[in-house]
Design a protein around this ligand. Sequence first.
Ligand code: HEM
Length: 419
Amino acid sequence: MAETVDGPPPPAAGVPGLFGPGFVADPYPTYAWLRAHAPVHRATLPSGVEAWLVTRYRDARAALADPRLSKNPSRHSADRHASGRVGIPGERGAGLMTHLLNIDPPDHTRLRRLVSQAFTPRRVAAFEPRVRELTERLVDGFAGRGSADLIDEFAFPLPIYAICDLLGVPAEDQEDFRSWAGMMLHTSGKRGGVGRAVKRMRAYLAELIHRKRLEPGDDLISGLIRASDHGEQLTEDEAAAMAFILLFAGFETTVNLIGNGVHTLLGHPAQLALLQEGLAAGDDRLLATAVEELLRYDGPVELATWRFATEPLTLGGRSVGAGEPVLVVLAAADRDPERFDGPDTLDLTRSDNPHLGYGHGIHYCLGAPLARSEARTALAVLLRRLPDLRRPGDAPEPRWRGGLIMRGLRSLPVEFTPE
Ligand code: HEM
């Protein structure tokens, strides 16, 4: 790959802390350095692949909306960076590659229009009482005990049960999903286990879609099968890929939003008290801005998924060559002092908050209404029922699970007065 640099040269001594030992626990000082000194920076990733990191808000937002940045690595040259496609381990050959995050218009436009007919804000709103029921039931499981691991017992199962219910997976099969999802989360990095879990989910969804075609219901899978655009419908393979990406994109993200969110709140007692006072008085208004602020402050998605330059272009003063991969660092953009007042301060009342936690442009998160509904309900139920939620005095330093794209806690031990 030829270097085409016309901006400031990359730092000779490397970027302080980037991908180093403390990086996943606290990447923000490194992001601040990058924003200030090398806002569009050609980095070598831990995998050895070279990619441009975009860290300033203005550049990040522009990159996410730039049609010259494609999801398809081979639109410029044959399969040069195929390994950079949105990694669903085990998906190759399983017919799951054609999903929204991997494709450009016009295919993206067609598939997104079809899925949007079925996965509507109205469907999500109607589903809210069910999210509340699931949330209450999970809290019932540990409220009498006085302690819990909020990742294992709360943040992890909630999105799995929610998306299974929404898709129309029968209750008796949902434990299988819980265990496959567990394999995906806990074995991340060990691709064999993840691949097996993906294959089983794929086979199950194919079979379920087939059944729903014969006996439709009012669930999301039946909606996907029914959706049509100019007489065109999703094929069974496309419906399976779509159901799968809804699970895959909506699972670990939501686990981490709830996990990182509660962790952040416990570290900011005054802000937590503010939220609790509102909830105790029956006032939910702060919840909405609180969830957005938690996403901005320490959101689950570090980097948007891969994009590739289809032609030579200039990004933040640097020349990016055709075919080169570009990674937009959402977590860095969302702490940019040029866009956010006091970006390193958690302010649950922040109202001017156009954060990029859900992305931007045509790939903007399709599941944002569901994620918001789950996160608001999770916080409301948890903080109302366990008002003195706290970290145990002897809690060890939190351990983080960081892939390149996602960042979240492995466990979140808490204590509270038993109900
Ligand atoms: C796309 C974040 C929850 C489904 C995205 C993108 C981001 C994101 C940043 C854009 C990626 C890119 O441009 O490369 C989040 C966060 C969530 C969340 C932070 C939770 C807190 C969900 C849920 C679902 C979902 C619950 C579905 C049930 C999707 C889908 C896309 C997407 C299908 C691809 C859209 C497209 O390419 O057109 N999400 N997401 N997400 N998300 Fe989410």
